[in-house]
Design a protein around this ligand. Structure first.
Ligand code: EPU
Length: 345
């Protein structure tokens, strides 16, 4: 058990965008029981909890307290022949959990390979990639309730999961519940999910025989398209993929037909309720932003949904200016409001 506290802490190493900002107080702990020893009311306010800082944009110095979990364990509970429950500490690097379970031949997490971030944040954000979301393998979430000082366990159904969303992001709950561990349900029997376009293609159309085979394929695809965090700061996808009505989509198709030809097929995913999800990456590319720079910020040339700290020295304002410019263009051309996926602090 240990709690380490720093005052006026430099956060540039704690956010993958590498924004040079600081917080009044930074606290690192390594055990759920540590949380009971912290007097939350006496800390510089507001108090926020971060994971690997891989989905955050600090827009200025933070006047309050930043907490970070160092709870790191992966425990396996046998549920019989087919399934296992895996309890994972919130501070475990999400991809370490994926790598370990794939190596054990367990199915479920493989499509989420190489997503940056830690396990606790993954359960808040319902991270997703290649047709799988965290909620598909989450069975429950264990929290510390800062209001009551008690441990509370939420079943998956209580977590209110949606696209990059959960009840942990709602105003009243944010800051109240600190995730200490996440329970994942994984399978020994093969359950490959490989229908997502480019996965199927990369696997040459054949059914993968092990989770590691899927993992290796996904790592290859991600490394080709997404910036290496060691080289360029970013927070992954900057915007959410917008969902629009069928009628609205018809208008977008008409614009594309004029510009790209009658035979051009606009990428889209029809949803069950009749609405349509359009890749923000495509919209951004169509507005000519691919590779475009603005000050120290840039739209990543291989995946325009990602904004990068191109110079390595970009100020928050430069990222925000590029964000606004993209939003304005997309609004003007397509009448779509792009909402950021990255949390602005
Ligand atoms: N596209 C373009 N131009 C490009 C790249 C993509 O037009 O340069 C279009 C293509 O039509 C492509 C489509 O966008 O088929 C989708 O692209 P991609 O498969 O790369 O996925 P995405 O929708 O852009 C989402 C997630 C990613 C996740 C990928 C893969 C969101 C906001 N992003 O991106 O998640 O890795 O799918 O499943 O949902 C993240 O959340 O940080 C993240 C990286």
């Amino acid at each position: 058990m240990a709690v380490t506290r720093y005052e006026n802490f430099d956060l540039s190493g704690k956010n993958t965008f590498r924004m040079k900002v600081s917080c009044a107080c930074y606290i690192e702990y390594d055990d759920a029981a540590d949380l009971k020893t912290i007097d939350f009311a006496s800390l510089p306010q507001p108090v926020m909890h971060i994971g690997a800082g891989s989905n955050l944009l600090f827009t200025k110095d933070f006047p309050g307290t930043v907490l970070h979990s160092g709870i790191k364990y992966i425990k396996y509970v046998d549920l019989g022949l087919e399934e296992l429950l895996v309890a994972v500490g919130a501070g475990v690097i999400f991809d370490d959990f994926v790598a370990e379970t794939c190596a054990h031949g367990l199915w479920g997490a493989e499509n989420l390979s190489l997503i940056p971030g830690e396990v606790g944040a993954a359960a808040v954000q319902n991270i997703g990639a290649y047709g799988v979301e965290a909620k598909d393998i989450i069975s429950g979430v264990v929290c510390y309730d800062t209001q009551t000082g008690e441990k509370v366990t939420f079943k998956k159904e209580q977590c209110g999961y949606g696209y990059r969303d959960s009840m942990f992001k709602q105003a009243g709950n944010k800051g109240r519940y600190i995730i200490t561990s996440v329970l994942f349900r994984l399978s020994r029997t093969p359950k490959p999910q490989f229908k997502y376009g480019n996965i199927q293609l990369a696997l040459g159309g054949k059914t993968p025989s092990s989770p590691s085979e899927v993992r290796d394929t996904i790592i290859r695809i991600r490394q080709e398209k997404l910036p290496d965090p060691a080289e360029k700061g970013s927070a992954g996808s900057f915007f959410k993929n917008p969902v629009i009505s069928k009628e609205h989509f018809e208008k977008i198709k008409a614009v594309a037909a004029k510009e790209l030809g009658e035979d051009y097929s606009v990428p889209h995913f029809p949803l069950e309720d009749g609405s349509v999800k359009v890749p923000a990456a495509w919209l951004i590319e169509q507005c000519g932003f691919k590779g475009q720079k603005l000050g120290g910020a840039a739209v990543y040339e291989k995946q325009p949904l990602v904004i990068v700290n191109d110079s390595g020295e970009a100020a928050p304002e430069e990222i925000l200016a590029l964000e606004r410019k993209i939003q304005e263009s997309i609004k003007t051309k397509y009448n779509i409001d792009l909402t950021p996926e990255v949390e602005h602090i």
